[in-house]
Design a protein around this ligand. Sequence first.
Ligand code: ADP
Length: 303
Amino acid sequence: MGRVFVAGSINMDVVATADRHPRVGETVAGRQVLYFPGGKGANQAVAASRLGARTTLIGRLGKDSFGAELRTFLGDQGIDLGYVAETAEAHTGTAIITVAEADNTIVVIPGANGLVGADDVEVVPLLAGDVAVSQFEIPLPAIAAFFRRGRAAGATTLLNPAPAQKMPDELLALVDILVLNETELGFLAGVDLSDSDETAKIVDTARKIQVREDQTICVTLGKRGVLALAGREEILVQGRAVKAVDTTGAGDCFVGALAAELADGAALRTALAFANAAASISVQRMGAGPSMPTAAEVKAVLG
Ligand code: ADP
């Protein structure tokens, strides 16, 4: 059975709630301050580990209290943190989130995440059958080095190009499985997909960004499920009808679950159905990290 290695961001999300947002230069009294472990890398590792995959996180924390708290939380989730370095040069990645009037504003300071480099990822003991996962919240050269290492070892590389940014073709060529939502697909392909419910248009757009014939592009479609272009084959997994209360982290749950299932040796179609079911459970609960399901919960849904 393979393992999941996630090279990515680790953040503390600091959430302030208030009745209304302050105007520029104004101070308002808030109601509550809440602290949530976050960052796409950490969230995806939590999802994979909670589903039973042997999971290693690769990243950087600052030498500060948020770093210490995050290390404790992630360790408690059963994640191997042997490749999470501590750096004195920057503070732990932090997101400052204000929630008011059913809307939020977010300022993310990458801090230590911005210092993840090739030297952090090249030492990772990837083997054939493992899945190497990354996202766009650490520097692109580190992701490229990680995937080069993964491919040399015979591991599967999985990229979630979020938040969307342009990437060099050399990086895309190192990706075996790309998992992205419609907005990110539209951005990468330079196509407006905002009102497109049409499967054919999504497949055409996915085909545009496919740089290798054996590459898989998985487009998550929110409540409509997921559409994958695997080489030339198209696979559609319908979304599950559930009452969504908070879709934060749905994409991270999907990626972590897909990686866990592929590392376990599942075929792509089976792994997509599993990830779709896992993400449909996560949207029925509040928060990102705490909403990730266990394997037993996903199996119960799949019947
Ligand atoms: P992101 O969170 O990255 O924008 P999506 O919104 O596409 O990603 O959601 C990722 C996955 O989560 C979907 O492919 C689907 O499996 C699941 N999902 C998201 N929203 C819902 C929903 N309202 N009902 C059921 N499943 C959902």
